[in-house]
Structures are given as structure tokens and as C-alpha cells.
Design a protein around this ligand. Structure first.
Ligand code: GLN
Length: 349
């Protein structure tokens, strides 16, 4: 406890986290000195000059995004926003989109349908693994790695490309609280080089685990990965999950609390691919990364946090993103597995 400020200690003892106590008048504005602001600022400053990692380059357009881009945003369930660095520059959402397409599907088809038709277990393998599909004969692939995600896009309600795409874009926009658009150069760049994802879709199709045309499903998935977002959008999307499916900035109910609980469970076990265990060990929070450099984490009932910083580690996760969120979670004692023992005397038996 020695590194904790008095303020945080008092919050912990009283159980009153600052972000649950915001009044309507404070909405959107953070007070001058508060531990959340300090935690976000400290983490940003600590890592802003870190040079580790490398932009993804298997999608040619991603290699051209400035590696120095760095923004951190935290949005609380009562709509307060804490921004640091460049929270306005856009990157493609990439794999983080898998979370929101999954949310759409759980909402529309129910949790059981996803478990049965895609699977919800971690593969423990890289995000675009083909051996994972072969090993499981198309089963038990979760919706947050490429095979399960392409199957998930194929399942989205609608019979035409237009209907499915509109449903996908709408759920992303509602989570972000504004109309999002596609980064056309990134979409075209990936569409021209996504032969591996096409192979994945066809292999799943052969195992009867693809629920629409595999070519069109891969295309709609590729487009969803190219949706443009900034750190503020991602933090708002994460905060909508933290707030049981209601966007805390716009007040719109996007999905139900029941849907969110299932989405968060898959994020906890598979959100950072084969490094998901390391992530959960260090944060206790459901998270999701994308090869565009975005990373989100959800602290249920409290806040969503996002980092945009393109250089990635070997697993494909933002290096700065992971460090920043580890530090903020620690500073705020936001790991839900960290429980302060009850100090009352044990009941007489
Ligand atoms: N569009 C990317 C792909 O399919 C997304 C991967 C990712 O962000 N991990 O390869």
C-alpha cells in the first residue's frame, strides 16, 4: 500500500471510487486534481518515449501509420473523460471490432448460439492460426481470433451484404457515440492481401462452421477491421461495455447487460490472443487489442480505458498500450480480483 496516495486509500476504505460519485454537473469534466487524472498522466509520461515494438506490416497500409502516435483515454460509467496525448488521430480498429460484432450477435441470437456455432474457448494460438481450426475440426474457435471472428461476421443478422454491413457499422457507431466511417486505403490494402483469412473462411466453410458465403464474409470482416477510430472512441466503446451496454456519454442503450457479461468473458480469456493469460494476470480486466495499435480494457461498473500506440509486440499487442493499462489499473487498484478483506469480527458459530 506504500505507493498509494491518501486519496486512493480513502476511496478504497469507503468503497467510494471517485467515478461513481460524479454529479450531473460534473459530467464530462474531470476535477483539477483527482487520482484518475494523475494515474492517466503518470502512465502516459512514463511511456511516451518508449521505442519498443514495431507497426504491423503484413497489412501494407498499417506500416505507414506514424509509430509515434500515442493517445490514452479513460471514460467512466458516469461519462467523465480523461484524455492524454493524441486522442484524435484515427487508426483502423482491426481486431477490436471483433468484440462489437460479437456483442451484436449475442444480442440477436443469444449466448448459447455463439457457444454452439462458433465456440468460446481460447485457442492458445496466434490470432490467424490455421492449425487451431484443423486441430478442432472447426469447433471451439472463439469469436475474438480470426476464424471465429469471420464466422461471427458471417452470422450477423441480414440476408444481403448491405444489411449485415449496416448492422456492424451501427453497433460500432452506437458504442462510440458517433457515426464512424471506414478507412478506405486500409480496407483496400487488406482486401488485396488477405489470402490467409480467405483460406481460413474456406476451411471453416468445409467444416460447415461458416454461416454465409465465405468470400463475402471475409470481405465484410475486412471492412469492419478498417473502421476508423481514435483513442477517445475506443475508450467510449469500452465504457459502454463497462456500463452494462448503455453508452455513458449519449445515454443510448446499445446492448443488454446480459449480452455484455458474455462478451467480457470471451475478452478475458482470448482478448490478447495467445498472451491473454499474461494480460489477465497483470490486470484482471477483460481487454482487446488490434493490430492497428489500439488496445481497450473494461473495468465493469467503473470505466473503459483505451490506448492507441501502433508499435506491437510479437503477439500483435500494442507495447505501450499494455504498459499504460497495467500501470493505471495498479494505481487505481482497479483489478476486480483485488479484494480488501472485511475487517469485522467473524460471526459466532
Ligand atoms: N484485420 C486483421 C486480420 O484479419 C485483424 C487482426 C488483428 O487485429 N489481430 O488479420
Amino acid at each position: 500500500m506504500k505507493n498509494l496516495s491518501m486519496h486512493v486509500r480513502v476511496m478504497l476504505m469507503t468503497g467510494a471510487f471517485l467515478w461513481t460519485g460524479a454529479t450531473h454537473a460534473q459530467k464530462g469534466k474531470a476535477p483539477a486534481s483527482d487520482p484518475v487524472r494523475t494515474a492517466v498522466e503518470d502512465a502516459y509520461n512514463k511511456y511516451k518515449d518508449l521505442k519498443e515494438g514495431k507497426n504491423a506490416d503484413y497489412i501494407p497500409a498499417l506500416a505507414e501509420v506514424p509509430s509515434t502516435l500515442f493517445g490514452v483515454s479513460l471514460v467512466t460509467v458516469d461519462g467523465r473523460t480523461y484524455d492524454q496525448g493524441d486522442v484524435r488521430s484515427m487508426v483502423s480498429i482491426q481486431s477490436i471490432s471483433k468484440v462489437f460484432t460479437l456483442a451484436r450477435n449475442v444480442e440477436d441470437w443469444g449466448a448459447q448460439a455463439i457457444q454452439d456455432k462458433i465456440g468460446v474457448d481460447a485457442t492458445g494460438e496466434v490470432f490467424n492460426s490455421i492449425t487451431a481450426i484443423e486441430r478442432m475440426r472447426g469447433k471451439e474457435i472463439n469469436p475474438l481470433v480470426n476464424p471465429g471472428a469471420i464466422a461471427s461476421s458471417s452470422m450477423v443478422k441480414g440476408t444481403t451484404y448491405e444489411e449485415k454491413w449496416n448492422a456492424i457499422l451501427a453497433v460500432h457507431s452506437d458504442m462510440a457515440g458517433r457515426q464512424l466511417t471506414v478507412n478506405q486505403p486500409v480496407y483496400e490494402s487488406e482486401a488485396a492481401t488477405n489470402q490467409r483469412n480467405q483460406a481460413i473462411a474456406h476451411l471453416l466453410f468445409a467444416y460447415e462452421r461458416m454461416y454465409w458465403d465465405p468470400v463475402k464474409s471475409t470481405d465484410v470482416y475486412t471492412k469492419q477491421c478498417a473502421i476508423n477510430v481514435n483513442a477517445r472512441d475506443l475508450a467510449t466503446m469500452a465504457a459502454t461495455l463497462a456500463n452494462g451496454g448503455v453508452n455513458p456519454v449519449t445515454g443510448k442503450r446499445v446492448v443488454s447487460p446480459e449480452t455484455v457479461q458474455y462478451v467480457l468473458a470471451v475478452m478475458a480469456t482470448a482478448g490478447l490472443y495467445d498472451d491473454s493469460g499474461i494480460w489477465l494476470y497483470n490486470t484482471g480486466l477483460p481487454g482487446k487489442s488490434g493490430v492497428g495499435g489500439g488496445l481497450i480494457a473494461v473495468c465493469p461498473g467503473k470505466f473503459g480505458i483505451a490506448v492507441v500506440a501502433p508499435p506491437l509486440d510479437a503477439a500483435g499487442n500494442s507495447v505501450k498500450g499494455q504498459r499504460v493499462i497495467y500501470d493505471v489499473v495498479k494505481a487505481l487498484q482497479a483489478n476486480p480480483y483485488l479484494v480488501q478483506p472485511k475487517l469485522s469480527a467473524p460471526a459466532k458459530r
